[in-house]
Design a protein around this ligand. Structure first.
Ligand SMILES: [Mg+2]
Length: 396
């Protein structure tokens, strides 16, 4: 089998990758939805993979893996890798999880990072009300993640929150020391959310990046009695092209509150220091940024050898990304906690993707499906109205 084409179309704001072959089998991959600019980057890899056998996934990846980087520049490589696994599965008549060594669980746990409601403000009361709505959501999630600190509206909406100047604009612009009032506000909001969740539902917190070490340690120690699931991306994180493992280690060694990072990191090599230094307790690679499905599994196995847990990121990965997460998470060792459930928008995504269960998340769990490849496909006829003029040939 030979690769005959690599295509990219932005559908509903989401960059979709399609790899076609000379045997009529094609594969799909998806990058994070905010990356509408990715199409030329995806097509950059086309000359490197044309003519290759897509079922030798690793051999193809050796040609393009070095030509990527931390988020957003590992996304195209990651989406291509997903599409190769999709083809390899379809060609063999097996679900991707079988090709990764087989599943170790029949259901995978997903956590709520995307079922969201409009918040009136950023007070403890607002956070408590928001948490009540999320706790009641029909998916029955057993872990809910909320945004606080520099990963939230707090710097803009809470007076005297930080000594840093307000810096709106690019993703996650803030970095600096919090005021005492700012830190107390964050802690009060976490307490308010925990008062709603009790010990029935786990609370994870996306915090940054941009925290200073003394604040990060103060926060982590202050919430120790609350048993939160994790504090995410305090130091580095989303759209940060480095990890600062030593700085993370200083925070992690100072507290019993689990410390989490990793959604923007590309490749196993860039997790090496975080893992070997035990710089965090939990890592959160995203299959659509880390370099793909098999790369995520490798990182998970290596983390497990070091007593580090994994809770993969995925909020913007869409329904093809969801399929990739389900397939790989079914195979991860027992350091797997849960993955962040993608929440695709617009809602018509659910109409154009076939192969998903009628109800995707039940009691916070997703049944692992057994169809070949990723097990989901886009219905070309239903998707065509959403294609831009320049992408009309995407399904040809
Ligand atoms: Mg995050």
């Amino acid at each position: 089998m030979k690769i005959t084409d690599l295509k990219c179309a932005v559908i509903g704001g989401s960059p979709m990758v399609r790899v076609t072959t000379d045997e009529g089998i094609s594969g799909l991959g998806q990058a994070e939805s905010p990356k509408h600019y990715l199409k030329p980057h995806v097509l950059f890899y086309k000359p490197y993979i044309l003519g290759e056998d897509p079922t030798n996934v690793e051999r193809v990846m050796l040609k393009i893996r070095r030509l990527g980087g931390f988020k957003p520049w590992g996304s195209a490589v990651s989406a291509i890798e997903m599409a190769l696994w999709d083809i390899a599965g379809k060609a063999s008549g097996l679900p991707v999880y079988k090709l990764l060594g087989g599943k170790v669980r029949d259901q995978v746990r997903a956590y709520n990072g995307g079922v969201r409601f409009e918040m009136r403000g950023a007070t403890p009361q607002d956070y408590a009300e928001d948490m009540s709505k999320m706790k009641a959501s029909k998916e029955g999630f057993s872990i809910i993640k909320s945004s606080i600190g520099f990963h939230s509206q707090m710097p803009a909406r809470v007076p005297n929150f930080s000594y840093a100047e307000l810096r709106p604009g690019a993703p996650h612009p803030y970095r600096g020391l919090l005021t005492e009032r700012g830190l107390k506000h964050v802690i009060a909001c976490i307490e308010a959310m925990k008062s709603v969740l009790g010990d029935e539902v786990g609370l994870a917190l996306d915090c940054g990046p941009g925290w200073m070490v003394p604040d990060a340690i103060r926060l982590a120690k202050a919430v120790e009695p609350l048993n939160v699931m994790w504090l995410e991306d305090l130091i580095t994180g989303d759209y940060t092209p480095y990890t600062l493992a030593d700085v993370y280690r200083e925070v992690t060694r100072s507290t019993t509150t689990p410390i989490h990072t990793g959604e923007q990191i590309y490749l196993r090599q860039n997790f090496k220091e975080l893992i070997e230094k035990h710089a965090v307790n939990i890592i959160g690679p995203d299959p659509a940024d880390v370099g793909g499905i098999a790369e995520l599994k490798w990182v998970a196995e290596y983390a497990d050898l070091h007593g580090i847990l994994i809770a993969p990121h995925g909020i913007f990965d869409g329904l093809i990304g969801l399929a990739a997460l389900v397939q790989v998470c079914a195979t991860l060792p027992q350091n797997f906690i849960a993955f962040e459930c993608p929440a695709p928008k617009p809602a018509w995504w659910y109409d154009i993707v076939e192969g998903l269960p009628e109800t995707i998340v039940k009691n916070g769990l997703i049944d692992v499906w057994d169809r070949p490849g990723l097990g989901v496909d886009i219905n070309a006829e239903k998707a065509r109205p959403y294609l831009a003029e320049e992408d009309k040939g995407f399904f040809d």
